[in-house]
Design a protein around this ligand. Structure first.
Ligand code: ADP
Ligand code: MG
Length: 594
């Protein structure tokens, strides 16, 4: 340990530390997110200062964060070239809680599980480092002071001393994390890379991981590579030449060198003005967001929301529906990624979008932590509801825009028609709105039709929207019921999706026009007054036949009637008003088997 002045942590800090340690022991990995965020904040500060004082950047204009592993010492260092901290800053910032609100929040914490989870997701700050560290040393150099060291083992005190090594950092802060016995995973640079990609890939400043690499070079080339490297490395240094015993000057030698690999080359395009972003940029960002290399979007909406919560968002409709879309519905759907100021917070919240919209891929970046340590749960839920409302509204805007071009919209319906129908079943509040965007096959043409278009073509006096269910359009077209309606000039919707019938039951009507299954016996066409008389006559005439059919099919049917619904087919089986239609029976049978 360093020799220096000893300080006690403020009581609130000790309290916060124990809460952090107790609530986050399952996800210690977030320490990296917190430390990189602090580095990024410090870089923001110095950049901002340099706007009015260009000299502030001094001899260290390179703004970046570098992570390095020292395996033998079991230390990970995170170094930034940010604003740095003076001795006083170290004492204040890493020993007290400056933020108003946090203390009050701590007061209200009752050890409630929900509060704990909440803290875990949002900025928990510097002290999370003690999830993985048994000792931490912060070395910092601010323009206004010499370089100082802050060191602590987290118990209740910390030490500050002037760095005997001098002002080696130039400017900025280095956090040296001495890992606990059981936290060796963070010595693995692949693991660190994975975490940077997960939490910090959209940080505005470059984040590097320093890696030790080896390569084989010809002896003649060795000298040259000290100055100018042969591959794309910027900072390669020949540290040592192995094979030194080999006296053969012409044999290749293996050299070890260090190289900083850039971890975050993806740019957070959502923070830019949509007018400056090209279609290609939107297309290329999609696979990054969806973590699906090579995938492309069908459509997107890029917007900024103000009000209760200020956030930016890009919402994508994938070109193809996820294969497991409907299996996934029961579980979580990680389709909304929440960031706060470019830092990833969570993608496992089901609160942002209803299940039927789980095919969307959305990034939400809030300017202010909508859920913050200093706020309460109720307010957080309000923020989430407000974000959710905005997202749903924007989805409908996008749908409207997509549906302007019916040809293109057909591609959307092919992939997501069933999702919309699920929306009718599950989202009572939006059911009527969704119904406008559903498309069906119909006898009108081979193209899809909307219910609105069907209604606009209804015959004079027609009161119902006629539909028939079956397993395919071809099967439906064969139906004698359909044939009869078509012969009379009515349009029939062809329903061949298993959920169709339930959806229509839910809707009951569209613009006040009730749905009518043409397979039901109470079918009213609106023109039947015509010959009630002749109907009676016919019934008398065919009475012997009716009696005979009834006697023959006694166990299978309910009633036999003379009907005018058929044109060329001699007879048809109809479902009674209260009975199941053939399609419904198929559905129930399928469920019984499953
Ligand atoms: P927050 O970042 O929300 O303020 P933290 O606990 O993460 O809370 O950090 C506490 C304070 O310590 C920061 O506000 C900042 O003043 C200071 N700090 C932490 N890390 C750094 C750093 N790398 N460079 C400069 N200042 C830092
Ligand atoms: Mg912080």
């Amino acid at each position: 340990p360093i020799q220096g002045e000893k300080y006690q942590f403020q009581t609130e800090v000790s309290r916060l530390m124990s809460i952090v340690i107790n609530s986050l022991y399952k996800t210690p990995e977030i320490f990296l997110r917190e430390l990189i965020s602090n580095g990024s904040d410090a870089l923001d500060k110095i950049r901002f200062r340099s706007l009015t004082d260009p000299a502030a950047l001094g001899s260290n204009p390179d703004l970046k964060v570098t992570i390095a592993v020292h395996k033998d010492q079991r230390i990970v260092t995170i170094t930034d070239t940010g604003v740095g901290m003076t001795k006083e800053d170290l004492q204040k910032n890493l020993g007290t809680i400056a933020k108003s609100g946090t203390s009050e929040f701590l007061e209200t914490m009752s050890g409630d599980k929900a509060d704990m989870d909440l803290i875990g997701k949002f900025g928990v700050g510097f002290y999370s480092v003690f999830l993985v560290a048994d000792k931490v040393r912060v070395t910092s150099k601010n323009n206004d002071d010499d370089q100082y060291i802050w060191e602590s083992t987290a118990v209740d005190d910390f030490t500050i001393a002037k760095d005997p090594a001098g002002n080696t950092l130039g400017r900025g802060t280095q956090i040296a994390i001495h890992l606990k016995e059981d936290q060796d995973q963070y010595l693995d640079d692949k693991r660190l890379q994975q975490l940077v990609t997960k939490y910090s890939e959209f940080i505005n400043f470059p984040i590097y991981i320093r890696r030790t690499k080896t390569k084989t070079v010809e002896p003649e080339a060795t000298k040259e590579s000290e100055n100018k490297d042969s591959d794309d490395s910027e900072e390669a240094v020949v540290e040592e030449a192995k094979d030194e015993e080999s006296k053969d000057k012409s044999a290749p030698v293996t050299v070890t060198y260090e190289e900083d690999d850039l971890m975050n080359s993806n740019k957070p395009i959502w923070i830019r003005d949509p007018k400056t972003i090209t279609q290609t940029e939107y297309d290329e960002f999609y696979p990054v967001l969806a973590r699906e290399p090579g995938a492309s979007p069908m459509a997107y909406s890029h917007f900024r929301a103000e009000g209760e919560v200020e956030f930016r968002s890009i919402m994508y409709v994938p070109k193809e529906a996820p294969k497991d879309l409907f299996q996934r519905l029961d579980n979580t759907h990680a389709n909304v990624k929440l960031y706060v100021k470019r830092v990833f917070i969570t993608d496992d919240s089901k609160e942002f979008l209803p299940r039927w919209l789980s095919f969307l891929k959305v990034v939400v970046d809030a300017e202010d932590a909508p859920l913050n340590v200093s706020r309460e749960t109720v307010q957080s839920n309000k923020s989430i509801k407000s974000i959710s409302k905005h997202l749903i509204k924007k989805f409908f805007d996008l749908l409207k825009q997509l549906s302007q071009d019916e040809k293109k919209y057909a591609a959307f319906i092919k992939e997501y028609g069933t999702s919309l129908k699920l929306g009718v079943l599950e989202d009572g509040a939006n059911m009527r709105k969704i119904a406008r965007f559903i498309r069906y096959h119909s006898s009108h043409s081979d193209d899809y039709t909307s219910l609105e278009a069907y209604v606009s073509r209804m015959k004079k006096g027609q009161k119902h929207i006629f539909f028939f269910t079956g397993s395919s359009v071809d099967e439906i077209k064969q139906s004698p019921f359909v044939e009869s309606l078509l012969a009379r000039g009515y349009e029939v919707l062809y329903m061949h999706d298993t959920v169709d019938e339930i959806v229509l039951t839910h809707l009951a009507n569209f613009e006040g026009k009730p749905f009518q299954n043409v397979a039901k016996s109470d079918l009213k066409l609106g023109d039947e007054e015509e010959n009630k008389e002749s109907e009676k006559e016919l019934e008398e005439k065919f009475l012997p036949l009716l009696d005979w059919i009834k006697a023959t099919l006694l166990n299978d049917i309910d009633k036999v009637r003379v009907s005018k619904r058929l044109t060329t087919s001699p007879a048809a089986l109809v479902a009674s008003d209260f009975g199941w239609t053939a399609n419904m029976e198929r559905l129930m049978e399928g469920q019984a088997k499953a």
